[in-house]
Design a protein. Sequence first.
Length: 235
Amino acid sequence: MKVIVDQEFWDVFPDAQISILNIVGLDNHIDESKNPYFQDLLTKASQKAQDFIQEESFTENDVIKEWREAFTKFKTKKGARSSIEALLKRVSQERDFHPTNPLVDLYNSISLSYGLPCGGEDVDCIVGDMHLGKAKGGEALFPLGAEDDSPALPEEMIYYDDKGAICRNLNWREAKRTMLAEDTQHAVLVIEAINDTQKERAQEAAQALSKLLTDYFGQEVSIVHLTTEHREVEL
């Protein structure tokens, strides 16, 4: 399987970087005895996230402005926001984070700590290659907890495979069929960056996430940063 960033994405975001982390042979089952570890990780990450929301007006913070501007460059569903905005909003409202499952907790802690959108998919549930590019429109996506299809809009920026959408509006809305679950054994994680400052943070974030994954799961992690010069990677 390959992860491929389509030309249509680079046409919109020529300075972007999509960091890809690949980990195989993991055990993502929830062990409640490890909850204190993950709770501490998320609490400390929430504290670090305060660095990205120093302005009194939430929307005036650089991370929020950068991603809102990015979302004006392609078709979006009304109300769609970058995943990092959702996390930082919770921090600004002093809402606590609680453990979900190991993979999600680990990448959420990095997302908060570095002010970047992070996500992940179960590789064994992906059909064909995973692409990032513009939707033709109508690509099926059933979000977690939804009973109805929430298909992609034409020109929306999505992750997709041969079966349909995997994640809509970049890392905004996740499909249930490829989500990271307890029985996930092979995961691909992504970190999104759209400018030079974000790219520098993303390089550091990828190394930090790799270390967390290796320390917890005991498996090696490969990292590849996709750019206009290097647009795909085979997992």
